[in-house]
Design a protein around this ligand. Structure first.
Ligand code: TXA
Ligand code: MG
Length: 329
């Protein structure tokens, strides 16, 4: 089986939405474009369909998934919103923010989605995926549409390359605007916690909350167990090894550059991509996974990565680079 490619066209997508919703209602898997990365979506109420996500990705069962919703009403049917959650949803949805909240009673979500936890991760994306969820009328469970432990996909071609033989359809709406997974904030405990840096700046979230987010490193005990699966160190891995903060390129290496100043010996690299010649972190985030995919395809055993500043979106970019560079499990 090869995934059907459904091309999104501005204006008329009636037929596409119907096809995709049909596949989902029969328990099938559809890759959906979101502003962050492509997601691998299934009907969140259908346990067998959700199980197929894990099978297709080769993902460990215990890892809970994000429930994607079309609007606030659907979000409130899944989770209990407090005043802080309402404020964040108001400020940043639709967008690259996932909230972890207490699971609502009678939530239209199979326990496999939450891995049986009393909390649920929810996100309201924008664009084609939001239209599909609205049409479908139920939440969609969706992790990133890549084989487990591999790079996240930011184009339909990435999805086809990794999962094309094991899913039903891919909605192709071009490259993802943000290019990094959503920022995950837990409001399930007393103090708000940043579980994963991502496409939305933590500082913007803190400004709306009026308080600091606990850093991921300070999360301990039960919460660490819960976040651990998605935070496995060898997540987001290309086949090549990554050498971070490279000041020079060694023989045989590919180069991932950032900004106008190139590392020593840059001309010797077997392949080069520059995340942002102008030094923009927004541009760099949007290109990160696509460029890692491309450099990986060059066949180089090592990708030298130039230093990327750590402020703002740079925190999330460096987080993904560190994971991609971590020793493989
Ligand atoms: O941008 C994104 O967030 C993309 C798009 C497709 O929406 N999705 C994504 O999903 O990155 P995934 O499955 O690769 O990452 C979801 C993360 C995992 O680290 C998981 O452990 C965490 O969310 N998570 C899910 N439910 C949780 C919960 N109840 N408590 C804590 N963490 C949770
Ligand atoms: Mg992922």
């Amino acid at each position: 089986m090869s995934a059907r490619i459904l091309r999104w066209r501005e204006g008329d997508n009636e037929k596409l939405l119907k096809q995709a919703a049909d596949i989902l209602s029969h328990g099938g898997l559809v890759a959906i474009p979101t502003e962050t990365v492509y997601g691998l979506a299934a009907d969140a109420t259908n346990g067998e369909a959700v199980a197929r996500i894990f099978a297709a990705k080769g993902r460990p069962r215990f890892n809970p998934l994000i429930a994607h919703v079309a609007d606030l009403a659907m979000a409130r049917s899944c989770a209990r919103f407090d005043a802080r959650a309402e404020r964040l949803a108001q400020a940043f949805w639709p967008g690259p923010l996932t909230l972890v909240l207490p699971l609502a009673e009678g939530a239209p979500v199979h326990p496999l989605v939450t891995a049986g936890l009393g909390t649920i991760a929810i996100r309201r994306p924008s664009g084609p995926s939001a239209e599909l969820i609205a049409r479908f009328g139920r939440p969609l469970a969706a992790p990133s549409a890549n084989p487990s432990g591999r790079l996240s996909p930011t184009s339909a071609a990435h999805v086809a390359e990794g999962l094309g033989e094991s899913i039903d359809a891919i909605i192709d709406a071009g490259p993802c605007r943000v290019g990094l997974e959503s920022t995950i904030v837990s409001l399930a405990g007393q103090a708000p916690r940043l579980l994963r840096p991502g496409g939305l700046n933590a500082a913007q979230i803190e400004a709306v909350l009026g308080e600091r987010l606990l850093a991921p490193e300070t999360v301990s005990g039960e919460a660490r167990k819960i976040e651990a699966p998605g935070m496995m160190s060898s997540h987001y891995a290309p086949r090549a090894a990554l050498r971070l903060d490279a000041a020079r390129v060694e023989p045989g290496e590919a180069l991932l550059a950032f900004g106008p100043a190139l590392p020593e010996n840059a001309g010797e690299a077997v392949a080069t991509r520059n995340l942002s010649p102008a030094g923009s972190l927004v541009e760099a985030a949007a290109s990160l996974f696509a460029f890692l995919h491309e450099l990986d395809r060059s066949g180089a055993a090592v990708i030298a990565v130039a230093p990327v500043p750590r402020q703002g979106l740079g925190a999330a970019i460096n987080d993904r680079l560190a994971r991609a560079a971590a020793p493989r499990a």
